[in-house]
Design a protein around this ligand. Sequence first.
Ligand code: TRP
Length: 470
Amino acid sequence: MSENSQVGVGSPDAQVSSKRGIHGTWPSRWTFVLAATGSAVGLGNIWKFPYIVGENGGGAFVLVYLVCILVVGMPIMVAEIMLGRRGRHSPINTMRYLTKEAGLHGGWNAIGWLGVTAGLMILSYYAVIAGWALHYIGHMASGTFQGVSAEQAGIIFGDLLADTNTLIFWQSVFLLLTMGVVMGGVTKGLGVAVRVLMPLLFVLLLVLLVFGYQQGDFARGFSFLFSFNIEALTWKGVLIALGHAFFTLSLGMGAIMAYGAYMPDHARIGRTVIAVGFLDTLVALVAGLAIFPIVFANPTIAPSAGPGLMFVSLPVAFGNMSGGLLFGSIFFVLVTLAAWSSAISLIEPAVAYLVESKGFNRFTANLLLGFIVWLVGLGSVLSFNVWAEARIAGFNFFEFMDFLTSSVMLPLTGLFIAIFVGWIMKPQAVREEMNDEPSSVFFVWRWVVRYLSPLAVLVVFVMGIYKTFS
Ligand code: TRP
């Protein structure tokens, strides 16, 4: 199927009747699993999850997060794939078609717009953090961390944050890499890359886990992650856990909807989502189990160290194990690749929209969007040095972007998606798309999406926002 085909561009209706979009279809359900896993497993799992666990007190937060994945994340992932497969377009046009199909008010299109905007905003700071990982590849290989103490590792990281030019350089490199792949179309290369790299990443995490077990304070790390301490839990923390469930599964912005648009008609969505959710959760938990034992063995690293946690604790581990410099470079290469396969899904929906509806080609769409994302990203770069003291609603710029997207936009879009699928779309249209699901599975899923997910998101969102600002 030609990517350049102009047939039906800009008119969702012409496409849907044939049940095929202009971008083609994944050859199998497994290709979709790989692409979705590539999108889901990223900085969220290895970098963000451990530090927000640290900032929010550990075990209780982890439990709430797991509940959010099960009750909200996976059911909404099913909904997003289902919507994408029915619309067969970029999220904006998919929502446009589906609202038309249901004879609804165009306001529901906001789901598409909110999502695409959130994706670009996330990418703006995602590229900055991925830039740190890129920078650390060279640091590791050149021996900077040979035998370092936790204190020294902290100083090296602090020096990086103070160095605006280096931050901008690596942020730009990462964005160029991302644009490069998306310009060429996502289907080629990525599936293969993910199939090789994800297992490798997992093996290296296991190596670190073993190091943490032997050299770190494993018992304390383990109990920090898994012991339930209700006092440590706040409404703000619950909101962050909910937001992270969306973030880590790539939900609430149309990435999964866009990938769902390329899914074969007769693939069972439920099983697919279980596979993606399981792999994603496993990587996050193993990353936590690798990082916290090292943190607790080194009193100079605080569990609540924030965004720098992984960049301080892991170099200490690598710098003090035999062959660690090699493993360390490989590890940061893989973190970069995991971030890369996620970043692609952050920009793809906006690119697909510009191509479908605004007459752009992939090249120019990427140039334009990449530039905007880069510009906004400078705000995050500066928030680690020059603007460190500047505050928006109590957050620095990076924290603000993260809070606004993860804790506000993703859950809200998710809420709208649940309401749309559970209450607004015609039930037979939903059942049609879920035809290959046994009726018991369908029944349970639909119930959860109608009642449990929206209610959970609504309560957590309202309470979380209220408590965060009061
Ligand atoms: N899930 C990715 C991670 O954990 C980030 C990501 C990729 C994302 N695509 C997304 C987050 C879409 C939200 C929405 O690193």
